[in-house]
Design a protein around this ligand. Structure first.
Ligand code: HEM
Length: 493
């Protein structure tokens, strides 16, 4: 019996030590706030030093139950919408309801970007992601970079080459007797599109493209990993990839400076970034241009490729959705004059059901499940205090999977998007407010063009349909959706 007593004493010691360490850690961050401010903090738990809530977060995501993390907070503290925690080495407030997310997202004075330092080291400290970028500078550079990827004129200009890129890619896959890694190939396709928009000539250089693709793939693997900079760890590899990426982009930039473009009509984003001046005549430094490109090229292909893959997979898995989406595309085709080459924006705007399929995929997949801010001063949200300097995590995933907002949230149901648009703050795949994703229109266009051609002429047969899903950094099947793409009709162009 003595060993039972020893186990009981051991357990009691663990419980006491755990309690003491947690209290000491919480006190370290919260103690200095003073009694009054402390009392207004949202409920929560700072966990152990260094680790905080990261174990629970990683455990939930790595065990295939990503919602378990926020669900456990709601279960313990109620649906308060804000919870305090310690994440990515910082005291943090996790925001999980539409009203609270909206309040944070619309206020770019009280909240600046708050990406974890480890992520900033990968994506760069001189672009939009930087907390230090002044608000006016952010607005000026956003105007410069967002206009060429947004609005009807810009989109119409890209539609031709997106269409061409999609059709040639689908033909290439279907002519291969071997299965392809569907996600990897889609990434390649969306990457080519974004590189064409940003640094047109580089897209034609196979060596540059291969080096960029490889580096981005490694960079992304390290993006949400623990920041352990030791050989063998994903973060260490990602840092190396960033160095390679910067070297390749610097090479392209040097070439561009040596042979600047003559005609302004041919200008791509790199030319615009080189030429832009602020009111004082200051031009951007190379580091700023490169960081802006690192950000845009990454943001501009990863998410679109994932959403395209999932929308295709979900439609294939739900025959009634597939048939309805296909019927819509066939109807659109019937009304296209024989003399018309390729799709137009007018055709695209008729793809109402397809747009619902894409919105539902965005909600259901939650590719950007969280974004980051930092409080520049004490702010009250829903009556709770977010102390100055604390990080804020906006949990879009928990908004999109909330049964009070979306009935049967775990069911893929595009028809839920029929009728009026959702209430502001309840659908946040692209964020909201001054930092709303500037590529949202472009992303929806390229996804739609792909699905249009796919629905009219192709079929996907997965090698491992029930393959495990990995949720970090983005939800994807571990086999990258290994599949055969078969041409089943010549209905498309
Ligand atoms: C399905 C595709 C996409 C999704 C789901 C997506 C989602 C998002 C989200 C959630 C944000 C963060 C907003 C925030 O911090 O509040 C964001 C920011 C951003 N996205 Fe996208 N995005 C997509 C495609 C694109 C494309 C195609 C581009 C490039 C043309 C792009 C460029 C950017 C940039 C530059 C930012 C930073 C904006 C800023 O801080 O001002 N994204 N995106």
């Amino acid at each position: 019996m003595w060993w039972w007593a020893a186990v009981a004493v051991g357990l009691a010691v663990v419980v006491v030590v755990d309690g003491v360490v947690r209290k000491a850690h919480a006190w370290y961050w919260v103690g200095s706030l003073g009694a009054e401010r402390r009392a207004r903090l949202p409920p929560g738990d700072m966990g152990w030093p260094l680790v905080g809530g990261m174990w629970a977060f990683l455990r939930a995501f790595k065990s295939g139950k990503p919602d378990a993390f926020i669900d456990s907070l709601v279960g313990r503290y109620g649906r308060t919408g804000l919870y305090r925690s310690f994440m990515y080495s910082s005291p943090s407030v996790l925001v999980t309801t539409p009203e609270a997310c909206k309040k944070v997202l619309m206020d770019d004075v009280a909240f600046v970007n708050g990406w974890p330092e480890a992520t900033l080291n990968l994506i760069g400290t001189r672009s939009f992601t930087s907390p230090a970028m002044p608000r006016d500078e952010h607005r000026r550079l956003r105007k410069l970079t967002a206009a060429p990827v947004n609005g009807s004129t810009a989109l119409a200009a890209y539609l031709g080459f997106i269409d061409h890129n999609v059709t040639s890619t689908l033909r290439r896959w279907s002519s291969s007797s071997e299965p392809v890694e569907f996600l990897t190939e889609l990434r390649r396709m969306t990457f080519l599109i974004i590189v064409r928009i940003f640094m047109s000539r580089a897209a034609e250089d196979e060596g540059t493209m291969a080096a960029l693709e490889q580096s981005y793939s490694e960079l992304n693997h390290g993006m949400r990993a623990m920041a352990i900079n030791l050989p063998g760890f994903a973060y260490h590899k990602a840092l190396k990839a960033r160095r390679k990426l910067v070297a390749v982009l610097q090479g392209v930039l040097d070439d561009r400076r040596r042979c600047p473009r003559q005609a302004s009509v041919d200008m791509d984003m790199m030319d615009r970034l080189i030429e832009v001046e602020d009111e004082g005549g200051r031009r951007l430094e190379d580091e700023e241009i490169i960081d802006m490109l690192v950000l845009y090229l990454n943001a501009g292909h990863e998410s679109s490729a994932h959403i395209t893959m999932w929308a295709t997979v979900f439609m294939q898995e739900n025959s009634h959705i597939l048939s309805k989406a296909k019927a819509e595309q066939e109807e659109i085709m019937k009304n296209i004059p024989l003399t018309q080459k390729g799709l137009t924006l007018r055709d695209y705007k008729k793809m109402e059901y397809l747009s619902q399929v894409i919105d539902e995929t965005l909600r259901f997949v939650n590719i950007s499940f969280v974004t980051f801010r930092q409080a520049t001063r004490d702010v009250f949200v829903n009556g709770y205090l977010i102390p100055k300097g604390w990080k804020v995590q906006l949990w879009y995933r928990s908004v999109h999977m909330d049964p009070q907002l979306y009935s049967e949230p775990n069911k893929f149901n595009p028809s839920r998007w029929e009728g009026p648009p959702p209430k502001v703050g309840t659908f946040l795949p692209f964020g909201l407010g001054p930092k709303l994703c500037p590529g949202n229109d472009l992303a929806k266009l390229e996804i739609s063009v792909f699905l249009h051609h796919f629905l009219l002429g192709y079929k996907l047969t997965r090698e491992n349909p029930s393959c495990r899903i990995r949720y970090l950094p983005h939800p994807r099947p571990v086999d990258n959706c290994l599949a055969k793409v078969t041409r089943v009709s010549s209905n498309e162009y």
